[in-house]
Design a protein around this ligand. Structure first.
Ligand SMILES: Nc1ncnc2c1ncn2[C@@H]1O[C@H](COP(=O)(O)OP(=O)(O)OP(=O)(O)O)[C@@H](O)[C@H]1O
Length: 411
């Protein structure tokens, strides 16, 4: 079904994925293990058409080339991404979140069936269908995220570290759920740091090291491979093992499953690096292409300058947005509007640094010749942007005043 061949990705001059080849069949769970920065998320993003870097090579779904396709088209081809950080709408109910996932053409006609399937797989979501998503536990929210992806009627579900931040108990439930999803015939491509649990459910797995796939085997064989145990499973078994170690297979700072996680204590949660609400809302509006996970602040090692920001594909809005209740009886347009308003409330603040305390105003000379410029209509971000523009204008005015004072002071 999904056949990735020689897929590469680079952010500017920085290669993040080098000629990766991976395949996922119907009803198969395939796990990708790798250290921090190995290129795992980049692989998933490149397949889903949301990689910010330059992608070359091939990723085919049932023979259709995905590289170069827009993200919403890739959803139509049957690929759904559950991004790291989940990206659900906290202010919407469970059922509203799920319904947003059914916006692709391929999902519309089967919305009722897909919703029933999600509720059968995750009975808790049925119980809590009217509950506001942000009030749910981390594990339940992850189920909402997976359920929403399944509402797009995917043939392949890709998941970026779904167990991140979950307690061992919730992680266990999650991996059991993924098994159940697989049993419905959906192929699963899973990027995980919980090597033990993911290999336990995986049919096959790949090791991704320094941008390259260095090994492929069955989940069972990988789980007992001494080199894999050393690198990803805490190393206890590997220490006594005499088997050869694979060159280059070194544990990354986060690749080795924390021994306490194996032992049953929750790992220290990493900061979420999910897509911003505005990203998700924009994508919801544009046909529910998979959400674009935001990158966290750059690591201490300097990153190469990113390429000039490629425009994020935002397909033309669908006419059906204004439409009619869905088969579930829910008015999708009003859910999307609600999601968008949530996004506009929450989108700006995290992205912007706190405003500095205002400087004392120097006396301004009268400037009758420059009337105030009219403010363009900036939509729902206008207040924040207006404040920023005013700050810039004030700073520029101060600079002009200072330079005028200096010029006047010169003989
Ligand atoms: N948008 C970006 N711009 C520039 N560099 C990036 C970007 N996204 C990722 N990278 C870099 O590409 C490399 C691979 O990143 P990627 O997120 O794919 O790794 P990963 O294996 O998923 O790591 P982690 O497990 O820490 O999420 C890293 O060196 C990372 O710093």
């Amino acid at each position: 079904m999904l056949e990735v061949k020689g897929l590469s990705a680079a952010y500017g001059q920085h290669p993040a994925l080098n000629k990766a080849s991976v395949r996922v069949g119907k009803g198969e769970i395939v796990v990708i293990l790798g250290a921090n920065g190995a290129g795992k998320s980049t692989l998933l993003k490149a397949i889903s058409g949301i990689c910010e870097g330059k992608v070359t090579g091939s990723a085919r779904m049932n023979g259709h080339e995905l590289v170069g396709m827009k993200p919403d088209r890739i959803v139509e081809e049957g690929i759904a991404l559950v991004p790291e950080g989940r990206g659900i709408f906290g202010d919407l109910t469970v059922e509203e979140n799920l319904t947003l996932g059914a916006y692709s053409e391929r999902a519309k006609d089967a919305e009722r069936t897909n919703l029933d399937r999600v509720y059968t797989l995750f009975p808790k979501l049925l119980e809590r269908r009217k509950q506001v998503a942000r009030t749910m536990s981390g594990g339940e929210q992850q189920m909402v995220a997976i359920g929403r992806a399944m509402m797009s009627n995917p043939a392949i579900l890709t998941l970026d570290e779904p167990s991140l931040g979950l307690s061992p108990l919730l992680s266990k439930e999650l991996f059991q759920s993924l098994r159940a999803v697989r049993d419905t015939g959906i192929g699963i491509l899973l990027v995980e740091q919980n090597a033990k649990a993911s290999l336990a459910i995986a049919d096959r797995g790949y090791l991704l090291e320094n941008t390259e796939i260095i090994h492929e085997d069955t989940g069972a064989n990988l789980a007992k491979d001494p080199a894999v145990q050393k690198a990803y499973l805490g190393g206890a078994a590997a220490k006594s093992a005499r088997g050869p170690t694979r060159p280059g297979l070194e544990p990354g700072p986060r690749s080795a499953e924390a021994p306490d996680q194996v032992g049953g204590v929750a790992p220290a949660p990493r900061p979420a690096k999910g897509p911003s609400p505005s990203d998700i809302a924009a994508q919801a509006m544009s046909g529910l292409a998979p959400a674009r996970p935001a990158k966290p602040a750059p690591p201490p090692t300097p990153r190469p300058a990113p390429p000039p920001a490629p425009p994020v594909a935002r397909p033309a809005p669908r006419p059906a947005l204004a439409a009619t209740p869905t088969p579930t009886g829910i008015d999708t347009a009003s859910i999307v509007a609600k999601a968008a308003s949530q996004s506009s409330r929450k989108g700006a603040p995290p992205a912007l640094p706190p405003r500095p305390a205002p400087m004392p105003e120097p006396p301004k000379p009268a400037r009758a010749s420059q009337p105030a410029r009219p403010m363009p209509d900036l939509g729902h971000h206008s207040d924040r942007l207006r404040d920023m523009l005013e700050e810039i204008e004030t700073a520029a005015q101060r600079a002009r005043d200072r330079s005028r004072t200096r010029t006047r002071g010169k003989p």
